[in-house]
Unconditional design. Structure first.
Lengths: 246, 352, 246, 352
């Protein structure tokens, strides 16, 4: 997981190599374009359908970011509350086990049932998927203040609230950062799955639609927009973490 | 007026008793060292004084106040932790001022007190650094500085030097001794290292298994140990012990052909005893026998000879640096009977 | 992530509490059964549709296990090969970055396009999702043999192949174990997503079907079978790891 | 016949030269210790002998063979690593036999050799344990056992005691010395600890910044150092140095009112010099002056006095355990001029 922390230049190089291999495969195997179109055709499809893709991407990105922000906020708030109330660990544990061993993703159909085919079900699935890892990582960081640091605080008359915000939170920031990294990796999965399970808009919807109509180039174009979105999100987080946590 | 008094102090974890009714008087301004092997309860006892561990029964007084049930922050104590316990996200100055900030002191006063402590410990150039940018010795000094800033009645040190390398440990030892002279406050210091205890303490408390073995000034413990444990624990290299027995009203030591007369009243016939002699009070007799010299370590200023007796006992003898002894010689030993100690082998108590 | 390693008893307790809360919610809110059926109704649906659920579950489990075994085998083989060939790290890195930052899940529609709506596309998506974390974790373990252990081997005339199998592999087993833990958490996601994107059989298909027909109890029943499957898989791996690696 | 000869050995990493043309002869059966502060190149030099680092230029001979370009496994060396480097998934016996197994020895022979090494090191009861079930000292012994099993011409020890606590370090030091006596093989030992070097070595090689400062027997280095670095590095506590100058053909030392005549030819007028005297060769004159006694540490058998001169220099004086000196006295110092050393302050070289 450490590997992700890499210069954008390297990623660009990897992308170029992948594109070259892809083009080579298309040329060498003569695979039909409705099975695997070459990069050139996909690029053309991207250009031709720019407006369509942009419209669907806007829906997807809006839900993704809303769910992300809400999930992180809720997770941070939960962790802070749990850290202040003793016995919290005991409560949190079964929740986390359940959430980690059972695929929260699998709730996607239930959410469409409850919240309909619109934005709400997507936002909630993103929130749900993000909420548990963020809460768990941050809470772990908060309660893992080394005993001597905690003793020291006790000797210095630090109230629990002050201790939380002046000592535990700064100490837990690296843990929160790993939670956020997981969150931005999971969030695009979650929003696309939400759309696959039932939606009339968004990149995931567009992919299934294009697939059903045999518009293979468009499907790949949508896939690329999605990949670009994920990478951009990841890079943005890395930049944020570097400037804030360094 | 802030000595520390422990009265019949007991600590239990559930059914397990780890501190067995300790009585101790630490004078105002005294440097008191708790020393003992790991598991002896020295750290627990200090943490009880600090208030970080509850006291199961008994009373702890600091100055005239009974602090047994008080919160740590109200006891007028400050502690230096083994791990330094510096807050990694705060600068040195913020770390040092944190306690005062928590107690609502005005910023100007905090700055002033931090500057004063930094001056004493020569930390001025480091005030704006983060702990991770400091060396081990500097971190230690910051941890000490943080206690000075709070101006406590009693300073507590929990094995503060154990994370430093040997050379730095000596320097910091001297620095802590100077600090005590300069500030003059009551200090309690926990260590498993008897050299630290000997060099720093006004009063040493030797602990074993939650009980006090002996209390006294360093050289008193060295010269006049009450029992075999203290005799073996204080002094480096450790005292040599030779087992024997009282036979027909005289002392018989297995490893020695003749035993010089000791100036003490021997116990009853048949009592098993141990004769204790420090390495620095033994001399090697190159013409004698009964011992084999396994190895001689020549350190320049001093040499250590590792011997074993024909009867199996191992001994260390300190001799001068120019010793012309060599490995694998057969030798004897001599000693001044006035510098030998006798212990009851059963109880470990000193026979006087 | 450490938390998962918990006694089954605790998990059972957590499940019971969750069921109780669920029943309480249904009673207290009077929510209609087509939105949220109570545990009793879901249990009844489980019982009534046992044969149907079992048939679909068989399809899902078969694909899941086949993909899992194939993905792990391929990942282990790749890691071993990479560890023996110098410069491998450089090759692996861009691959891993790409695979981790871009949702491999998103390839599911492409795979149904290529491999059809049958078992093959599900098996391949499971393989793909598992392949990267297993390869990455095991390879990391293999190359992180402490320098002194490696020096020691060099002084003892250990050939690269012997060093790999006698020293590096045993040293990398804990890393492989974490890779496998990730794999069994990801695999059920992957197989269900494969079914959601396009399938005429399997638990995922059944869930969407039930959802579309308003058979909410059946959907929840399918969800429970899926959750049980995930937990069983996880527990089986934990047992395997404990007996083999302890 | 397996001494080790280094001829003009050089190591460069890219443009950075870390070993500057070292010539060294280690006799067959000799215990040779490379000692120096961290970064002096002592570990690199040993790793070059082992073949774990390439030799940039120069030649390394073991016995009569030039091994400079040979693979580590063909050099007839075995090494004990600082981290022990035991394989955690193998038992003690498997760890010890691993080298022979790699070299295709039959199982019965491996078992025999492992049993023999286990006997020498008293490891028999531990043979079936995994390393994580062993204490630090036991792991160290297994690491040594593994080298014995391979029966190398040359044993290499890379700071083998640095992960042990002080007490165990002394025991293992004695054990390694006995092992060398018993086996009689050539051994090279790297350490930063001059006490280890003094007690173990037949020959000490003092390194600094990739160059040899002096080679010799322990007591020769202690008694007759070639330069200020060796004088300050060997001996504990370290030698005291007092700066001065040659004025009108006589020695003038800032901190001393009168300087006793030294039996050596002084350099030209104006040369800046340093007078070196070991703590154990200084005496305190309670009636003298010029120095202030900051602190006296009484260890029982010995006491150390920390002094500072009116001119600022700091000194340590070793006195006997019964010293009646106290802190904050004004004192003078005396010493036997035959035990003082003089160094050129520019070059650090000893003036004789």
């Amino acid at each position: 997981m450490q590997r992700l922390n890499v210069a954008p230049l390297r990623a660009l190089l990897a992308l170029t190599v992948a594109l070259a291999i892809w083009q080579a495969v298309v040329w060498l195997t003569g695979v039909p374009r409705f099975i695997l179109p070459g990069p050139g055709r996909v690029a053309a499809a991207l250009w031709d359908n720019a407006a369509l893709l942009a419209e669907h991407a806007r829906f997807t990105v809006a839900n993704l970011l809303t769910g992300l922000v809400a999930g992180v906020a809720l997770g941070v708030a939960t962790a802070l509350n749990l850290a202040l109330s003793p016995g919290a660990r005991l409560m949190l544990r079964p929740m986390l086990i359940f959430a980690q061993a059972v695929p929260v993703f699998a709730l996607a159909p239930v959410l469409t049932l409850w919240l309909g085919y619109g934005a709400a079900s997507k936002i909630v699935i993103v929130m749900l998927v993000i909420y548990f890892p963020v809460t768990s990582a941050f809470f772990d960081g908060l309660i893992r203040l080394p005993p001597a640091l905690s003793d020291m605080a006790q000797m210095m008359r630090a109230t629990p609230v002050r201790r939380l915000f002046l000592l535990q939170v700064p100490h837990a920031l690296p843990a929160l950062a790993s939670g956020l990294r997981l969150a931005v990796v999971y969030a695009p999965f979650a929003v696309i799955i939400g759309e696959w399970v039932g939606s009339s808009r968004g990149l995931g919807h567009l992919m299934l639609l294009a697939n059903g109509r045999g518009q293979t180039e468009l499907m790949f174009a949508a896939l690329f927009v999605l990949a670009g979105m994920s990478l951009a999100l990841f890079a943005a987080l890395e930049r944020l973490l570097r400037t804030r946590l360094a | 007026m802030s000595g520390v008094t422990l009265s019949n102090v007991v600590k239990k974890y559930g059914d397990v008793q780890v501190i067995h009714g300790i009585d101790l008087e630490i004078e105002n301004g005294e440097f008191c060292v708790f020393v003992g092997p790991s598991g002896c309860g020295k750290s627990t006892l200090m943490r009880m004084v600090a208030g970080l561990e509850d006291t199961t029964s008994g009373a702890i007084q600091i100055g005239a106040r009974d602090v047994t049930r008080l919160d740590p922050s109200q006891r007028g104590v400050a502690m230096v932790f083994q791990t330094y316990a510096l807050y990694p996200h705060m600068t040195v100055a913020e770390n040092m001022g944190f306690g005062l900030k928590m107690n609502g002191y005005p910023k100007a006063e905090i700055r002033e007190k931090v500057a004063e402590a930094a001056r004493i410990l020569k930390l001025e150039p480091l005030l704006e650094r983060k702990p991770k940018a400091l060396s081990g010795g500097q971190r230690q000094r910051v941890a000490i500085g943080r206690t000075i800033v709070r101006g406590p009645e009693v300073f507590l040190f929990d094995e503060p030097l154990s994370n430093l390398d040997a050379e730095l440990r000596v320097d910091m030892r001297v620095e802590i001794a100077s600090l005590h002279k300069q500030i003059g406050a009551t200090m309690i210091y926990v260590t498993h290292d008897q050299v630290e205890a000997m060099t720093l303490a006004d009063k040493i408390v030797v602990l074993r298994a939650g009980r006090i073995e002996q209390v006294g000034a360093p050289l008193d413990l060295y010269r006049d140990p009450d029992n075999r444990f203290v005799a073996g624990f204080i002094g480096s290299p450790a005292m040599n012990f030779l087992p024997g027995q009282v036979v027909h009203g005289a002392l018989s030591i297995a490893a020695l052909r003749t035993v010089p007369a000791l100036d003490l009243r021997l116990p009853a016939d048949g009592t098993r005893v141990e004769l204790g002699i420090r390495p620095e009070h033994l001399q090697i007799d190159a013409d004698g026998d009964g011992f084999r010299l396994d190895l001689i370590e020549k350190l320049g200023g001093i040499s250590y000879a590792y011997l074993h007796a024909a009867t199996g006992e191992r001994l260390i003898v300190a001799t001068d640096g120019d010793s012309d002894l060599t490995d694998d010689m057969d030798v004897g030993i001599t000693f001044d009977p006035a510098r030998a100690y006798l212990f009851d082998a059963e109880t470990g108590l000193r026979l006087r």
